[in-house]
Design a protein around this ligand. Structure first.
Ligand code: SF4
Ligand code: SF4
Length: 373
C-alpha cells in the first residue's frame, strides 16, 4: 500500500465526502445532537453534526456545553458506540409463521446495507478490532456481524479534546488513530480557517479521497495536526497503569475492595451497555397470543444481571460483589487469556454513565495502593 499523502479538505470538501459516501450507497452514521447528548445516528449532511458543542464528563456526569468555535468534532465519545450498529442491541434470529395448520420458518433477509461511519475515534477503532476478534476471529463466525462489518467505510477523527473520563493513553489505544480506518481527519480551526487534514489508510479511502476537492497539506499543516493529538494525549481525564493488571487483579480476588465497590454498585448494567467491547447476549423467544407467529431474538445482556448466570437452582454470581468482580477482572485480566488483548480501550464510558460514578481506574488504583502499602 502506498504511504498516504496528507491533504487538506475545507468544510465544502467534508460535505463532498458525505455526498461521495452516500453516492456509493453507504448508510452514513455519525455524531448528532439528541436528548441533550451527542449520539450516533443517520447523517445526511455536515449540518447534522454537533457544530459548536462539546461535552463535560466525569464519574456519573455528562453535560453538553457550548464551545467558543464551530468545531464539528470538538467533543469526546458519548454513550453510544459503533457496537450498536455492528452488534445491535436486539437482533431477530429467525421467525416462524403458522399457515393453514403447518408452521414454516421465515428466513431472515440477507443484509445488503453497507455502513459508512463518520467520526470514529482511536479508542473505538480498537474496540471494533476487539469485537472483530470476538465475532470473526474464532471457530464460530457471527454471520450477522460479518455482514454488517464487511463493506463498512470508516472515516476516523483524531481527538482534539480529551474527555474528563478518557484514559486511552494508558491503554495504548489513542488519541492518535493508527490503524483500521479508510480515511482519518484532524480538525483544525486557526486564524479564521476551518479545515481538515486528511489521510487515507486503505485503497478504498484513497479512491474516495481522490474524488474530493482537496489540496496537498503543507508541512506546517501536518505539524499542526500532529500537535492536536500531542496536546490531547497530554490532557487525559484519567490514568491507569495497565501493564500488570492481569497479575494485580487475579492475585487479589478476595481483596476487601470488592466489598466496598459492591456497596455502591447498583448492578444496573449501564457500564456493560455503554462499553464498546462488551458483547454478551441472551436469546429469548416470543410468540403472538393467537399462536400465529413466533420469533427468536438475541439481545444484549450483562454479567451484572442475576438472570445472566441463572442455571437450575439459582444464579452462579448471586452477589453484587461477585458480579462487579467478574466484569472488571474479565475486562482487564481474563480477556487477555481469552482473546490476547485487554477488553478495555480506555474510552471512559463506563465511568461517565455509571449512575453512582464508580470508576474502573479508581478501583484499580485502590487495589494497587493497598498492595504497595
Ligand atoms: S458499576 Fe455502575 S454502571 Fe456498572 S452496574 Fe454498578 S452501578 Fe451500574
Ligand atoms: S471498560 Fe469502561 S473504559 Fe474500558 S472500554 Fe469498556 S466502557 Fe470503555
Amino acid at each position: 500500500m502506498r504511504p498516504a499523502q496528507p491533504a487538506v479538505l475545507t468544510l465544502d470538501g467534508l460535505q463532498s465526502l458525505v455526498e461521495a459516501l452516500k453516492g456509493r450507497g453507504h448508510r452514513l452514521i455519525g455524531p448528532t445532537l439528541r436528548d441533550q447528548a451527542i449520539v450516533l445516528d443517520d447523517i445526511d449532511s455536515i449540518a447534522d453534526l454537533p457544530k459548536g458543542w462539546t461535552d463535560e464528563q466525569d464519574g456519573g456526569h455528562y453535560r453538553l456545553i457550548k464551545r467558543g468555535d464551530d468545531a464539528l468534532f470538538g467533543y469526546a465519545v458519548g454513550a453510544h458506540s459503533w457496537k450498536r450498529f455492528l452488534h445491535p442491541p436486539v437482533l431477530r434470529l429467525w421467525q416462524a409463521k403458522r399457515d393453514q395448520g403447518s408452521v414454516h420458518v421465515v428466513p431472515e433477509p440477507k443484509r445488503e446495507e453497507r455502513f459508512a461511519f463518520l467520526g470514529v475515534r482511536a479508542c473505538d477503532l480498537h474496540a471494533i478490532a476487539i469485537q472483530d476478534r470476538v465475532f470473526l476471529g474464532g471457530p464460530y463466525v457471527d454471520t450477522d456481524y460479518k455482514a454488517r462489518r464487511e463493506g463498512a467505510f470508516v472515516v476516523a477523527v483524531n481527538c482534539a479534546t480529551a474527555g474528563g473520563t478518557c484514559f486511552c493513553v494508558s491503554m495504548n489505544t489513542g488519541p492518535k488513530v493508527s490503524s483500521g480506518f479508510d480515511l482519518v481527519l484532524t480538525e483544525i480551526i486557526e486564524a479564521g480557517e476551518h479545515q481538515f487534514i486528511v489521510e487515507a489508510g486503505s485503497d478504498a479511502g484513497r479512491e474516495v479521497l481522490a474524488e474530493l476537492p482537496q489540496r496537498a497539506a503543507a508541512q506546517a499543516e501536518i505539524d499542526a495536526a500532529e500537535a492536536v493529538v500531542t496536546q490531547t494525549a497530554a490532557s487525559m481525564g484519567r490514568q491507569m497503569r495497565s501493564d500488570d493488571l492481569h497479575e494485580l487483579l487475579m492475585g487479589n480476588l478476595n481483596h476487601p475492595r470488592w466489598d466496598q465497590v459492591a456497596e455502591r454498585c447498583l448492578t444496573c448494567a449501564n457500564c456493560t451497555m455503554v462499553c464498546p467491547t462488551c458483547f454478551c447476549t441472551s436469546v429469548e423467544d416470543a410468540s403472538a397470543l393467537d399462536g400465529s407467529e413466533a420469533e427468536r431474538r438475541r439481545r444484549w445482556d450483562s454479567c451484572f444481571t442475576m438472570d445472566f448466570t441463572y442455571i437450575h437452582g439459582g444464579s452462579v454470581r448471586a452477589s453484587p460483589r461477585s458480579r462487579y468482580r467478574q466484569w472488571m477482572t474479565h475486562k482487564l485480566a481474563t480477556w487477555i487469556d481469552q482473546f490476547g488483548t485487554s477488553g478495555c480501550v480506555g474510552c471512559g464510558r463506563c465511568i461517565t454513565w455509571c449512575p453512582v460514578g464508580i470508576d474502573i481506574t479508581e478501583e484499580v488504583h485502590a487495589i494497587r495502593e493497598s498492595e504497595s502499602g
